[in-house]
Design a protein around this ligand. Structure first.
Ligand code: OSB
Ligand code: MG
Length: 375
């Protein structure tokens, strides 16, 4: 594959409703779209980074800088790319900055699949034709509000709900939902808001028949999680703590979790995600695909990776309408009864709509191998 140019677009979509987690509230979603142009095809990737460094250390500005000044020149250093697995090798000298790396790699994966007339799912080795998804619900003002939101998604057909918690907004809220929805598949996500000193409340959650608790302890921890897991019945799932295959291997060896949530951006791309997938399958660690409030482009990548066999738990990749008044792809992602049909077209299988892309673009810059054009 020969790249003619790479285009970065800083974009912004307004969320239908503010999304509150233990680390902050998102009202609008600012992100970056990557276009990888060859002679005949364009591959699309999404940088799932946020405006502020609250989920991880990257921001929209830092990831643009890392792509512009380091990663894009590295891509052009190579005469041609035969397979997208080469991209993560190329990027290896650059430490971390995983969301920046994943965005460029994702665009190359899409381009590769299109050139080879395969769906991205097929190119990754995924076989599922349908995937199961749930919905992630932010922290609400009151139990009444929470019950209304949950009921709305249940009526839309979602079978699995994840509820964000933080100290003070945890047991009572979850117990209230459990009472009204005795049979629903329910789980909680703390986004690192607790410490081992909170063991009493974490133990109390065992009464609620949760599928799992996601990232209860520090974002950079695997030691305390290994101390916590044997003390509670609920499965611990790691999100923030897992940035690589090596992180996954160490967490599993230590017994820090029984489940892992994979986010393509957090682990630096689809190649690394696949590597973690294969290892977790071998180790009998169930996986699911996490979300970062993606636009349709990132959403399509999530759907593709979820077709791999060890993504056995419903993920956070809900339909477009759960997030946006209008998405930037055609068709939009639709979840019916918590099921998404995997698209069969080449590459990501959804077409970014040029006019909608432009409508939500705040800034656009083209990087050609020889010259750089700016709008
Ligand atoms: O922890 O999974 C998380 C959104 C932004 C940052 C972190 C997280 C989330 C979600 C939403 O839970 C998942 C989604 O619906 O895309
Ligand atoms: Mg999470």
């Amino acid at each position: 594959m020969k790249l003619n140019s790479i285009v970065l677009r800083r974009m912004q979509l307004e969320l239908k409703a503010p999304f509150q987690t233990s680390f902050g509230t998102q009202v609008v979603r600012e992100f970056i779209v990557v276009e990888a142009h060859s002679d005949d095809e364009t591959g699309y990737g999404e940088c799932v980074v946020t405006s502020e460094p609250l989920y991880n250390e990257e921001t929209v500005k830092t990831s643009w800088h890392i792509m512009e000044d380091f990663l894009i020149p590295m891509l052009y250093d190579k005469e041609t790319i035969e397979h997208p697995d080469e991209v993560s090798e190329l990027f290896k000298p650059i430490r971390r900055n995983n969301m920046a790396k994943a965005a460029l790699e994702g665009a190359i994966w899409d381009l590769y699949a299109k050139k080879n007339k395969m769906s991205l799912a097929e190119a990754l080795g995924g076989e599922k034709k349908q995937i199961e998804v749930g919905v992630s619900i932010g922290i609400q003002e009151s139990l009444d509000d929470l019950l209304k939101v949950v009921e709305g998604f249940v009526l839309e057909g979602y079978k699995r709900i994840k509820i964000k918690i933080k100290p003070g907004t945890d047991y009572e809220m979850l117990a209230g939902v459990r009472e009204k929805f005795p049979n629903i598949q329910m789980m909680a996500d703390a986004n690192s808001a607790y410490t081992l000193d909170d063991i009493d409340v974490l133990k109390k959650l065992d009464k609620l028949d949760l599928m799992m608790i996601e990232q209860p302890l520090a974002n950079d921890d695997i030691i305390d999680h290994a101390k916590l897991q044997p003390q509670i019945e609920t499965s611990v799932c790691l999100d923030e703590s897992i940035h690589s295959f090596e992180d996954a291997r160490k967490a599993i060896e230590l017994g820090s979790c029984k489940i892992i949530n994979i986010k393509i951006g957090r682990v630096g791309g689809l190649t690394e995600a696949k590597k973690i997938h294969d290892y977790c399958e071998f180790k009998n660690i169930p996986l699911w695909c996490g979300g970062m409030l993606e636009s349709g482009i990132g959403r399509a990548h999530n759907i593709a990776i979820t077709t791999l066999s060890n993504f056995v738990l419903p993920g956070d990749t809900a339909g477009s309408s759960r997030y946006w008044h209008e998405d930037i792809i055609s068709p939009e992602v639709v979840a019916t009864n918590g099921i998404i049909n995997v698209p069969e077209g080449f590459g990501i299988g959804y077409q970014p709509v040029e006019s909608l892309m432009d409508k939500y673009t705040l800034e656009k810059k083209e990087y050609a191998p020889e010259k750089v054009k700016t709008r």
